[in-house]
Design a protein around this ligand. Structure first.
Ligand code: DGL
Length: 263
């Protein structure tokens, strides 16, 4: 039972940033990662379409007998996790949402920036979180339009990305933010450019580590930790180029298997 894999999905390669955190904390867990890159970006799609794709990804991971599913996508979490939890009641889901709360608690300037997809920023789940935690704080929300396709194309540090980010960050800098919340799992791959564009005093935070910690807590609580000594396997599936997925995994170690799969 405990040998069954943790399933992880995202609209594409972004969730590998979450897989890395999970694998760092839980290296003894088998994992299956699903990158729906052929359908990325989810962020520009309708809530119904995001839901349909999230269901499709979940069903694949359930077929693979995953013991827990991590929705490693803010857009899918904010639009679909309630439905997934209500529908697939025999598996546990862990989602990811922009880390507004820690930014609000630590901000001195009382101005924070949130960079996320249109799908996340327009969801009611995000609105409620912002309302519940954002009292006395000015939250400057910006859609990272155009960023996900460039990251998916392996151009996360390109000149085009720099231009888009410069324009997005301008109003945030004007408002004197001291925290920038990365509300999309693709965005940690923008870190080199963000560090170049932002002054040192601005803290950049994402939810990757918190999701990994939460995954561990739930596995322990449910008695689902892998205790076997068998060789661990980290399976990756993409419905686009394996070359790109491998590029984002080149710093990962262990028994990684990257496969193309039409789905
Ligand atoms: N990585 C996803 C997220 O965290 C979605 C990006 C996209 O496909 O638009 O929101």
């Amino acid at each position: 039972m405990s040998e069954r894999p943790i399933g992880i999905f995202d609209s594409g390669i972004g969730g590998t940033s979450i897989w890395k955190e999970i694998n760092k904390l839980l290296p003894l867990e088998n994992t299956i990662y699903l990158a729906d890159s052929a359908n990325a970006p989810y962020g520009e799609k309708s809530p119904n379409e995001i839901l349909r794709l999230s269901v499709k990804n979940t069903e694949f991971l359930l077929q693979e007998k995953c013991k827990l599913i991590v929705v490693a996508c803010n857009t899918a979490t904010t639009n679909a996790i309630k439905f997934l939890r209500d529908t697939y009641t025999n598996v546990l889901f862990i989602g990811i949402e922009p880390a507004i709360k820690p930014a609000v608690l630590q901000s001195n300037s009382k101005n924070i920036g949130v960079l996320a997809t249109k799908g996340t920023l327009s969801s009611s789940l995000f609105h409620n979180t912002a309302k519940n935690h954002g009292e006395g704080i000015r939250i400057i929300e910006k859609v990272g339009k155009g960023l996900v396709p460039l990251i998916e194309a392996g151009r996360a540090t390109s000149e085009e990305v720099k231009i888009i980010l410069t324009n997005i960050l301008k109003p945030m800098l004007k408002e004197n933010i001291d925290y920038l919340v990365l509300g999309c799992t693709h965005y940690p791959y923008l870190m080199p450019v963000l560090k170049e564009l932002l002054p040192n005093h601005i803290n950049i935070i994402d939810s990757g580590e918190a999701v990994a910690r939460q995954t561990k807590v739930i596995l322990e609580k449910e008695g689902l930790m892998n205790v076997s000594n068998n060789k661990k396997t980290y399976q990756f599936y993409t419905n686009k180029e394996t070359k790109i997925l491998k590029l984002f995994l080149n710093d990962a170690e262990g028994n990684l298997k990257v496969n193309y799969l039409k789905f």
